[in-house]
Write a protein that binds this ligand. Structure first.
Ligand code: ZN
Length: 372
């Protein structure tokens, strides 16, 4: 399999990886520097990127070490051209813990700003803060990077730290999913406003802010996927495949004619059919294929000729959430469900959400407040 990330080394036992597209950023920065000041510019520009990402790594380590205090392990820190990403093996549901972990990253930036100002003083003008051109300028360049990261990350927009801060603060009072929705929506409003402003400035005023605009569109999209992820997780929480397994399904021996199958299908639940052999299901027949065969005048043909013999089955005891995520990517719509080697029914992808809604109606879930 093609791997898109390259492992660098471990810090505090956490694997540090850099994404392959990072090379593009290095190339772009190098090119910009070379335009400016030849070889010298190129080298300083590359050094600045490395410096910037050293700050990103320290920021991510802030999150990781705070998470470790709560027993949450970090799988890896991945460096992307747009910034860093720490992958945790789980996420805290307790708002206070989420708040502490989210704040720990920017806290590292502000700590570094404080140390740099104490050691080297405040730069005469922030407008001069940029890629260094001599060793003497490095502290102020570092200060600029930390300032941008510290401020930028605290914008209350998912998937940035500020979005998590906002969500955890809301979740202290509101239902977790509602809090996530508010945090995601407010983040999208902010991100789209900035993206529009940057695009406007680029188009009408000739400021080259297209990259910034694209970045904030990406952030608005990230907010949406974060919200959907949480929504799905909450929706399927506590359920297993057995909870959405139907006992009524149409199963036929392989030699059944298309005409017979169609007649049965017309009078019963509208879902795909199972082909049942001597030892259990041996195929799945999409109902659209039965109809198509009939239309083509092949009503006397056996059902087996139109079956999908290569099909997946589910186990009744599997946790529903991850299973649904997999089913959404599959072309198969009907899955035989087994419990301890015994066929207990089927799972129809199109009806899972209906079944879950019915379950929620019958027993409203306790609203998790997530107090510590
Ligand atoms: Zn962060």
């Amino acid at each position: 399999m093609l791997r898109w990330s390259i492992a660098l080394f471990r810090v505090f036992g956490i694997r540090l990886e850099v994404h392959a597209t990072f090379v593009l950023l290095l190339a772009y920065a190098g090119w910009l520097g070379a335009q400016d000041d030849g070889w010298r510019g190129l080298l300083w520009s590359l050094a600045f990127v490395v410096l910037m990402f050293a700050v990103v790594v320290l920021h991510e380590l802030g999150h990781c070490l705070a998470a470790r205090r709560y027993g949450i392990r970090t799988n890896r820190i991945l460096l992307l051209p747009v910034g860093g990403m720490a992958e945790f093996d789980s996420l805290p549901r307790q708002p206070r813990r989420e708040l502490a972990i989210a704040l720990a990253g920017p806290a590292v930036n502000y700590l570094m700003i404080a140390l740099l100002v104490l050691g080297f003083g405040w730069p005469p003008s922030l407008a001069e803060v940029g890629p260094p051109t001599s060793l003497r300028e490095i502290p102020h360049a570092l200060l600029g990077v930390n300032l941008i990261m510290g401020v930028f990350n605290l914008l209350p927009a998912f998937p940035m730290d500020g979005g998590r801060v906002l969500r955890s603060l809301l979740a202290m009072r509101l239902d977790y999913l509602v809090a996530t929705r508010w945090a995601a929506r407010s983040g999208q409003v902010i991100a789209l406003t900035i993206a529009t402003w940057a695009a406007y400035g680029s188009y009408f005023d000739g400021d080259n802010l297209w990259l910034l605009s694209a970045l904030f569109l990406f952030i608005a999209y990230g907010a949406e996927s974060e919200y959907r992820f949480v929504r799905d997780r909450e929706f399927y929480a506590g359920l297993i495949v057995a909870n959405v397994t139907r006992r009524d399904f149409l199963g036929f021996p392989p030699e059944t004619s298309i005409a017979t199958a169609f007649e049965a299908l017309r009078r019963s639940v509208s879902q795909d059919l199972l082909l049942i052999g001597a030892s259990g299901p041996i195929g799945v027949v999409p109902r659209s294929r039965v109809a198509a065969a009939l239309r083509a005048g092949r009503e006397q043909e056996p059902l087996a000729a139109h079956a999908e013999h290569d099909f997946a089955v589910l186990q009744a005891e599997w946790t529903l959430g991850p299973v649904v995520a997999g089913l959404r990517r599959s072309r198969q719509r009907l899955f035989p469900v087994y419990s301890f080697d015994r066929l207990i029914g089927v799972c129809d992808v199109a009806r899972i959400d209906d079944a879950v809604r019915l379950i929620h109606h019958a027993a409203p879930r306790r609203r998790a407040r997530g107090a510590l």
